[in-house]
Design a protein around this ligand. Structure first.
Ligand code: SF4
Length: 350
């Protein structure tokens, strides 16, 4: 090991498995993200941590558009932004019976949670939009097919409490990228506004799902910043998306990441975030034939079914892949780590 390089990945895995969940510091993480050491060694270490925490289980979740298009925000990757020149037009909010139908479909596809996602800046207090989503979530809860998760943008703490009382169990609110790169991607709101929503969700007892998009031109430093922020927030689930460049968006010309770089990101995040359910969402088709290796790289979940504005491969293909790998689908929602003597132990699922 030369000065400044991380230690061999297995030394971090040993410490993590022994209970030191923060064994990987930001500098070592950035080193791995920047290419230090063999990718196969990094993946082997990440896989040990994944197996300790999640055994042979793969968390599956699914999302549906609860209100598509016409968003006033200017996120450079997003085809639903009004600032993009795409054909994704604004639509009405999903009706409760449609949400129940989507929840039933998600259940038949093996997912135990359905995320209702709105292309909105947020849900204002006392707004019609808020009451529509409260109704939709209550309908999903009462139907009992899946848990109700959601992604709405900014929501106040009282509104989050109302949504939680209606049946919402988990809020998705991605940070998208590292703090110091965020203003290259979004200018209509701030990183701190996003963080405030995540903290409010935690205060009302919601589980939190918070991750980002890789391959938007960010550096290993930015990726390490994001992981460390997610660790500090102690979110429950971390979706990793890989940019799908969509014509008409500001990032339409950005080339996809190489598959091995994608796996290195997943493995580095597993060592940085050993407690969290790290699941792979949009853009995993960029992995090509290496897609089954996401689990060996430390991923513990997949988003199945179509994404918001892009297709995914069939759910049956994903279920077949999971079975052929000797893994099995598991309900969404990660178990909490146990605390022992001030150090956390990773509960073993297998
Ligand atoms: S806030 Fe969400 S829907 Fe709106 S532009 Fe950004 S990513 Fe798209």
């Amino acid at each position: 090991m030369t000065h400044g390089e991380p230690a061999p990945p297995n030394t971090y895995a040993d410490r993590i498995i022994a209970g030191d969940l923060a064994a990987l510091d930001e500098r070592a993480l950035e080193g791995f993200l920047a290419g230090a050491g063999d990718t196969s060694d990094l993946m082997a270490a990440a896989d040990r941590v994944r197996r300790q925490r999640f055994g042979d289980e793969v968390h599956l979740c699914s999302i549906v558009n609860a209100k598509q298009g016409g968003c006033p925000e200017d996120c450079g990757f997003c085809s639903q932004s009004r600032h993009a020149s795409t054909t994704v037009g604004p639509e009405r909010f999903i009706a409760p019976h449609e949400a129940v139908h989507a929840s039933h479909k998600a259940q038949t596809q093996g997912a135990s949670a359905l995320g209702l996602v709105t292309a909105t800046r947020g849900l204002a207090d006392d707004s019609r939009a808020l009451s529509q989503m409260v109704e939709g979530i209550r309908a999903v809860r009462e139907a009992g097919h899946t848990e109700a998760h959601a992604s709405f943008g900014f929501v106040s703490e009282p509104a989050l409490r109302e949504l939680a009382e209606a049946g919402l169990t988990e809020l998705n609110h991605n940070l998208e990228t590292g703090r110091s790169y965020f203003d290259q991607i979004v200018t209509t709101h701030t990183y701190d506004e996003r963080i405030a929503t995540i903290r409010a969700a935690k205060r009302v007892g919601l589980r939190t799902c918070c991750g980002g998009i890789m391959g938007m031109g960010e550096t290993p430093r930015h990726r390490a910043e994001l992981a460390m922020q997610l660790r500090e927030l102690d979110v429950d689930e971390v979706p990793i998306n890989f940019l799908v460049s969509i014509e008409g968006t500001r990032l339409e010309r950005v080339e996809p990441l190489e598959p091995l770089d994608m796996l290195r990101i997943v493995a580095s995040y597993r060592l940085a975030l050993p407690r969290q359910n790290i699941f792979i969402a949009a853009g995993r088709h960029h992995l090509g034939h290496l897609q089954p290796l996401v689990f060996s790289a430390g991923a513990s979940g997949l988003m199945v079914g179509d994404f918001l504005t892009t297709d995914n491969r069939s759910v049956q293909d994903d279920l077949d892949m999971i079975k052929q790998l000797g893994l099995r689908p598991r309900n969404c929602g990660a178990p909490k780590a146990e605390t022992k003597g001030g150090r956390q132990r990773l509960p073993v699922v297998a």
